[in-house]
Design a protein around this ligand. Structure first.
Ligand code: ADP
Ligand code: MN
Ligand code: MN
Ligand code: MN
Length: 335
């Protein structure tokens, strides 16, 4: 029987790109989704007179929403005329860096935080019509009415990620009401980026059914409320195998020499989130430390104890581009 392939790509919206998708019906004898195209003038990716952009499938998985033989197809965007990566295609540059530094065997695990909003733009769990919930404290990893909200969405999303075969590792309720996290990894840069984009698409798609808006905004609620980040945990083979912290310290020092290059590419509105409060370090001041959730980079306690393992770059925003963040870490740590 013919089946449905949902082609997913990243658009050209600024300052933070959006996900787009459309459906192609494939005949039952088609086993590999073909290249396709779209109108780039409607996605901020082309002008009306040269509107054609190409979709090149790069990652395919079962479609857990439609079920059956249906699939999801994540694509890179290229120019329809030259075949070169489109300016919005950050995956191509990430692929280059991953290939160049392949011998370092760098892997990543990303903690994706996000916030659920009502259609009126207020976080889910904030009183309808105005006012605020109780201050932060009981919500992180909470249980019970008034402490957690939106659990049915994360339950459905987690199962969907598993059914799609994504490398989802876990979930938790976050510090601000209506804020949640899931983790993807640990895997090479392209795998973690591909799985993250499909997981984000599934989240937006599932939340539609609940009339809930998912935002990856870095600071969706001003004031004494935590922002939303995407802590990026990373390790090279040397960091995992050393016994004296040398490789981990060297990685942190290398990153400390390129603070602005990283921070300016870690997602829109990072200054609002990395203030030095709410478990963050100031965006323009680099630091690293063991167990320190107020540092730019945290080295987990057990990593220092054994002298090897991984480090956590706590600076990337929830709205970061995983291909760009992983590329920068590859270039800075392995370069
Ligand atoms: P926390 O909330 O305490 O910061 P999480 O449990 O949410 O930690 O996330 C830990 C992340 O660390 C996961 O995404 C996991 O894949 C990643 N991770 C663990 N070991 C490694 C490693 N050796 N290299 C890279 N990432 C790793
Ligand atoms: Mn976490
Ligand atoms: Mn978190
Ligand atoms: Mn973390």
């Amino acid at each position: 029987m013919a089946y449905q392939a949902e082609y997913i790509w990243i658009d050209g919206t600024e300052p933070t790109p959006l996900l787009r998708s459309k459906t192609k019906i494939l005949a039952d004898d088609v086993t590999t989704p073909p290249n396709w195209g779209f109108d780039g003038s409607s996605t901020n990716q082309a002008s009306g007179d040269k509107s054609d952009c190409a979709l090149i499938p790069v990652f395919t998985c079962p479609d857990p929403i439609r079920g059956g033989d249906n699939i999801l197809v994540l694509c890179e965007v290229t120019s329809a005329t030259t075949g070169k990566p489109h300016a919005t295609n950050t995956r191509a540059a990430c692929a280059k860096a991953a290939k160049k530094y392949a011998s370092d065997e760098m892997i990543f695990g990303i903690e994706q935080e996000y916030t659920m909003l009502r259609p009126d733009g207020r976080p889910l769990g904030f009183p309808v019509g105005g006012g605020f919930p109780e201050p932060q404290g009981p919500y992180y990893c909470g249980v019970g009415t008034g402490r957690v909200i939106g659990r049915e969405i994360i339950e459905e999303h987690t199962q969907a990620c598993l059914d799609a075969g994504l490398m989802i590792e876990g979930t938790n309720a976050e510090v601000m009401p209506g804020q949640w996290e899931f983790q993807i990894g640990a895997a090479d840069a392209l795998t973690v980026g591909d799985h993250m984009h499909v997981a984000r698409w599934l989240l937006h798609r599932i939340a539609e059914d609940y009339d809930v808006v998912i935002t990856l905004a870095a600071k969706p609620q001003k004031g004494d409320w935590n922002g939303a980040g995407a802590h990026t945990n990373f390790s090279t083979k040397a960091m995992r195998e050393d016994k004296d912290m040398k490789a981990i310290t060297a990685a942190c020092n290398a990153i400390g020499k390129k603070v602005m290059e990283h921070v300016t590419n870690y997602g829109h509105d990072i200054e609002s989130r990395l203030t030095g409060k709410h478990e963050t370090a100031p965006w323009n001041k680099f630091s690293y430390g063991v167990s320190d959730r107020g540092a730019s980079i945290r080295i987990p306690f057990q990593v220092e104890k054994s002298g090897r393992g991984y480090a956590e770059d706590r600076r990337p925003n929830a709205n970061m581009d995983p291909y760009t963040v992983c590329r920068l870490l590859l270039e800075t740590v392995c370069g």
